[in-house]
Design a protein around this ligand. Sequence first.
Ligand code: G6P
Length: 610
Amino acid sequence: MCGIVGYIGRRPAAPILLDGLEKLEYRGYDSAGIAVRDGNGPVAVVKAQGRLRVLSDKTDHGKAIAGNCGIGHTRWATHGEPTETNAHPHVSETVTGIHNGIIENYQELKDKLTKNGYVFYSDTDTEVAIKLIDYYYKKYAHTPVDAINHAMVRIRGSYAFALLFNDYPEEIYVARKDSPMIIGEGEGEHYLASDVPAILKYTRSVYYIGNLEIGRLTADSLTFYNLDGDEIQKEKKEIEWDAAAAERGGFEHYMMKEIHEQPTAVRDTLHSLAHGDHIDLSEVGLTDEDLRSFSQICIVACGSAWHVGMVCKYVMEDLARIPVQVDLASEFRYRRPILDQNALVIIISQSGETADSLAALRLSKQMGIRTLAIVNVVGSSIAREADMVLYTVAGPEIAVATTKAYSAQLIAGYCLAIQLGLARGELTEERYTELIRELDTLPGKIERILEDKERLQWFASKQVAAKDIFYIGRGIDYAISLEGSLKAKEISYIHSEAYAAGELKHGTISLLEEGTLVIGILTQQELFEKTVSNLVECKSRGAYLMGLTVNGHYEIEDTVSFAVYIPKTDDHFMASLAVIPLQLLGYYISVGRGLDVDKPRNLAKSVTVE
Ligand code: G6P
């Protein structure tokens, strides 16, 4: 978490830094700060507690600070409270710097530096790192690269640093390990950022700086070094996302814009994998022979990506009759998991940077298991380290609560399931074609659901005071409940639970009070009546019921007070449609409660700490 940016060129740096930070605010918004240098002059540092707009007001939108070279930071607090003192940049005698990541051995380093006369003003691990670089710069090193190299050898943990050395005006130094950073190239200018949206407006030519590598940026040159200080060559890549994709485009919130981008995200992801009536995984690197060779699948992810995994388990097991286990990355990595050597591990991640998911990927590789990443951000760490990558084509997702990336991940999962089913002889050609054709209808069906959003807006307006919401369902409907419930929690701050409908009466039902909202998800034909019975049990204990089901199941109105209908599709693909009203419900309740939909409290979109 935390977002970092940098600019060096011929234009005023501060407004560009603030603009970039705005695009990265989803990575943290406890405080923000910038450091800008005007030629050989001193480095000017301005910081502010709270949202970026406070810093922006303080600097007259950056106009109050002159200079063509600078770095900026938006913080999600790890070490130390979210105060102005703890805000980045941090300053030492020779170096000013910003950092995204966590220095695990910061206490040991701090003690060493304190013994050497250093004084610390903040509680952050970053100040320790900056002063460690200062220490090596003064003690042994004759160049910034030397000093950074010395520090990198001593530091344990993850980092993306951007540094200004007092003795080297008009240069920015960067270094990274396990935290994301890209370098952008313009005409006589260079950028650095944690993520693509921060620089998309200015350039699409980027370099991915690797683990344990260092970069030196000037307006006209870029040099990369390895840990030995030797120069290394890097290949320039072009980002395909277009600049407008990272703007709000007339919507009040990014989340609403991204909800509306789902038909496109689903269509584009599908068409990147399915050509006509066939799915082609050759670009991913998976042949039908590979698909036949796997003895089991293990899906590992965090948050909503884990919910996608839960849907995929039902779909893959049913269509391809292969055992699928779904693990939370934070649990998987410390559990000494047992996997067959012919297993396939699938890591699902929007950002491709989630620390636990990355660690799970590395563990799987160490175990000698083949790994496939389903990732949205091209060139991200997980994408680069996995044996195979399947890119979702959702474009940049800015709102902290995921919507379009979730939907794109589902499609990727369905395509894999269908191809597995055919390759393993579980699907006939006819059924295979029928399923692919059905996938093609999903974008249009999502559009139809979106057209009816006002009904949900009305219902949400009645729920703004809700204390608890329970989401229940069976099978895929249970997996959908998990995502619906998370949407309610993360953006409307309403306590919410997702429960397998049949499990409710083993304890949780005692939480129901008069008027508690229970939302039943009933999209699975075979399970419809079972879940209706569970809803009736809730109703008889005073619950107020909403039902989400498929067009035609109008009998649900005998049981629930408010019914939402979605178009018919194959039962396996229902999550793609059912999630849309649940996203809208979470969104409208959040807006109705006057909350910050795109940047909910305490959260960050990209969780690069474990
Ligand atoms: C955070 C986000 C979630 C996301 C999860 C995993 O918690 O708020 O929306 O699902 O991280 O992120 P990833 O980038 O790995 O999909």
